[in-house]
Write a protein that binds this ligand. Structure first.
Ligand SMILES: NC(=O)c1ccc[n+]([C@@H]2O[C@H](COP(=O)([O-])OP(=O)(O)OC[C@H]3O[C@@H](n4cnc5c(N)ncnc54)[C@H](O)[C@@H]3O)[C@@H](O)[C@H]2O)c1
Length: 328
């Protein structure tokens, strides 16, 4: 494999800028193209990151010959371009959510499987220092066996076309992280409100885990990212408890009966670990190492389908007023 991987980014929005930043600045990648719809916006983004603007996917594939393409399009516009790229056999890193419909998720996974295409999704929260340390602490038995877990995440609304935008495009990180930390979820019971603007903008979900643990998820578009603990994760085990505050801000671990806690916070000069955006850089480190080694992605696109499966179970639970079991 070549020393500099040729990477192209599809999408010129706010988060697309992070894609361009990462692949243009790494010493082992070359940003060979940026694809957008609007010619002047795309030209301007490409100029900022010393890349080549394209407004046509196929033209980019022909001219730029990327080894890897990343897709960072509006939440509801992932399916067609992703399928097109998979059919072209291009290794892909796509943004969450994978898609909004399970049959579309299955179609994409089938396209990738049929062609043996590397197909990753950006669940970058897994790479936050606090999350990685928390996972290691759980694996090492520091808090004993998890008995309950809590996820709280939300702020201002990101209006979408789906009435379940919050649940599917934002809380997918929650389903992914809770399973990453505590193992498979086996059932959900959901409550939702549409009282503010008509969509299901705040959801409260009770969870069963296969291990016997239970959990709760509170996901909201009716709050503010200005509030502390916009994101809060708690895992309480038989011998201790850990809490992650705002993804990259703090991890505290405390043992049962001990009034002192062990706390991780990024040190004075450690800007990298306190920067949310850098969770994506860290994911790319792991992803490119796997890609170069010919291995499967560290976070496969299948994880996006799993989050959607859990979201759909929550939607069904809310619609029927019943607890819904979810197969692993
Ligand atoms: N992983 C994370 O932490 C994280 C954080 C923020 C956003 N995201 C995800 O990133 C994705 C993009 O978010 P954003 O905030 O950049 O969105 P955005 O709406 O700001 O930008 C999307 C861009 O894609 C362009 N576009 C639309 N259709 C296109 C097409 N067919 N071809 C080319 N360009 C097209 C739009 O004009 C726009 O410039 C979303 O899926 C979002 O959920 C992920």
């Amino acid at each position: 494999m070549r020393e500099h991987l040729r990477v192209a980014v599809v999408g010129t929005g706010g988060w697309g800028e992070q894609h361009a930043r990462i692949f243009s600045r790494r010493s082992d990648t070359e940003l060979v193209g940026i694809v957008g719809r609007d010619p002047s916006r795309t030209a301007s983004r490409a100029a900022t990151y010393a890349s080549v603007p394209y407004t046509d996917l196929d033209e980019m594939l022909r001219d730029a010959r990327p080894d890897l393409v990343t897709v960072c399009l509006p939440n509801e516009a992932h399916f067609e371009p992703t399928r097109h790229l998979l059919r072209a056999g291009v290794p892909l890193l796509v943004e969450k959510p994978l898609v909004f419909e399970l049959d579309q998720a299955d179609a994409l996974l089938r396209e990738a499987e049929d062609r043996g295409v590397f197909f990753a999704i950006n669940f970058n929260h897994r790479y936050a220092e606090a999350v990685q340390r928390a996972r290691q602490a759980i694996v090492d038995g520091v808090i004993g066996s998890p008995v309950f877990a809590t996820w709280r995440f939300g702020g201002e609304a990101n209006h979408g076309t789906s009435p379940h935008a919050n649940l599917i495009e934002t809380q997918c990180h929650g389903f992914d992280l809770l399973e990453h930390l505590v193992g498979p979820i086996s059932a959900v019971s959901a409550h939702m409100t549409d009282m503010t603007y008509g969509d299901w903008s705040t959801v409260a979900i009770a969870l069963d885990f296969e291990s016997g643990a239970v959990g709760t998820m509170l996901g909201t578009y009716d709050s503010s990212y200005a509030f502390p603990d916009s994101q809060l994760i708690e895992v309480n085990g038989t011998t201790g408890r850990l809490a992650i505050h705002d993804t990259v801000s703090e991890l505290s671990i405390q043992r049962v009966g001990d009034e002192t806690a062990s706390v991780w916070r990024a040190g004075y000069f450690n800007d990298e670990a306190r920067d949310f955006h850098r969770t994506f850089d860290r994911h790319v480190d792991a992803l490119l190492a796997a890609f170069r080694a010919g291995e499967a992605p560290p976070v496969p696109a299948r994880a996006g389908r799993r989050a959607l499966q859990l979201a759909n179970a929550a939607i069904r639970s809310h619609a029927t007023g019943r607890r819904v079991e979810v197969a692993a």
